[in-house]
Design a protein around this ligand. Structure first.
Ligand code: ADP
Ligand code: MG
Length: 202
C-alpha cells in the first residue's frame, strides 16, 4: 500500500530534522576540508569546465560551503550567481550576479543574499548550471530541500523539457539516504557531488 501523503510528509519532516542536525555537527575543520574536496571534484566536471554562468549559494545551517569553488570560478573568469528570494512571486527565486564587491543583505530565513538590484538579475534560462543545496539525496538523484520547494520550482522547466540550466546537487556524504520518500513535484537531479563521491549521471 502506498503511504498517505500525510505519512510521507511526516517522514520527510523527520529526515530533514535528522540530517540537518548531522551536518550541523560537523566541525569547522571538517567543513573546510569538505569544501576544498568538493571544489576539486566540481572543477573536473565537463558541465563546469564548459559553462560560463554558474549559480551557487552561500552556506547556511551546516550546508557544504561552496566558497572555495566560488573563488576558483572567479579565478577562471566565470560568472557566479546567487539565489535571492523573489520580492513578489512567493516561493520563487531570482538569481543575481555575485562578485567580491556585491552588496549583501540577510533574507527572512537569515540567509545571506545579494541586495536586490534589477541590473544584476540573470534570467534563469540564461544560466548554464545551478549548483543546488540540499538536505538529503538518494541513489536516484531525488532531493529533499529545506521544505520551501524553491529549487523544485526553479528546475521545473528543466525537469519537463530539459530546457534551462543543468542542475548539480552538492552536499556532504552524510546527507545520503538510500531511498527518499518523494512527492510528485520533486525534481530529481541528474548528478550529485559530495567531497568523496559522485552519484549517478543521467
Ligand atoms: N513546481 C511547483 N509548483 C508549485 N508548487 C510547488 C512546486 N514544487 C514544489 N512546490 C510546493 O512547495 C512545497 C515544498 O516542496 P518540498 O518538495 O516539500 O520542499 P523541498 O523541495 O524544499 O524539500 C510543497 O508544498 C509543494 O507543493
Ligand atoms: Mg522538493
Amino acid at each position: 500500500m502506498t503511504p498517505s501523503i500525510a505519512a510521507t510528509q511526516q517522514l520527510r519532516h523527520q529526515l530533514r530534522q535528522q540530517i540537518r542536525h548531522a551536518r550541523r555537527q560537523l566541525s569547522a575543520q571538517q567543513q573546510q576540508h569538505a569544501a576544498q574536496q568538493l571544489s576539486l571534484r566540481l572543477q573536473t566536471l565537463d558541465h563546469i569546465q564548459h559553462s560560463q554562468h554558474i549559480a551557487v549559494y552561500i552556506a547556511n545551517d551546516g550546508e557544504i560551503d561552496p566558497q572555495p569553488f566560488i573563488e576558483w570560478l572567479w579565478q577562471q573568469g566565470k560568472s557566479v550567481y546567487l539565489p535571492v528570494l523573489h520580492p513578489f512571486s512567493k516561493g520563487h527565486l531570482l538569481f543575481l550576479h555575485y562578485d567580491a564587491t556585491t552588496p549583501m543583505t540577510t533574507n527572512r530565513y537569515q540567509i545571506h543574499e545579494p541586495k536586490l538590484d534589477v541590473r544584476r538579475v540573470k534570467p534563469i534560462a540564461e544560466l548554464d548550471v545551478i549548483c543546488t543545496p540540499l538536505v538529503a539525496f538518494d541513489n536516484n538523484g531525488q532531493r529533499l530541500g529545506m521544505g520551501g520547494g524553491y529549487y523544485d520550482r526553479t528546475l521545473s522547466q528543466w525537469h519537463q523539457h530539459r530546457r534551462g540550466p543543468y542542475p548539480i546537487g552538492i552536499g556532504h556524504d552524510c546527507q545520503y539516504i538510500p531511498q527518499l520518500p518523494n512527492q510528485q513535484w520533486d525534481v530529481p537531479l541528474p548528478i550529485i557531488i559530495t567531497p568523496n563521491h559522485q552519484f549517478i549521471e543521467a
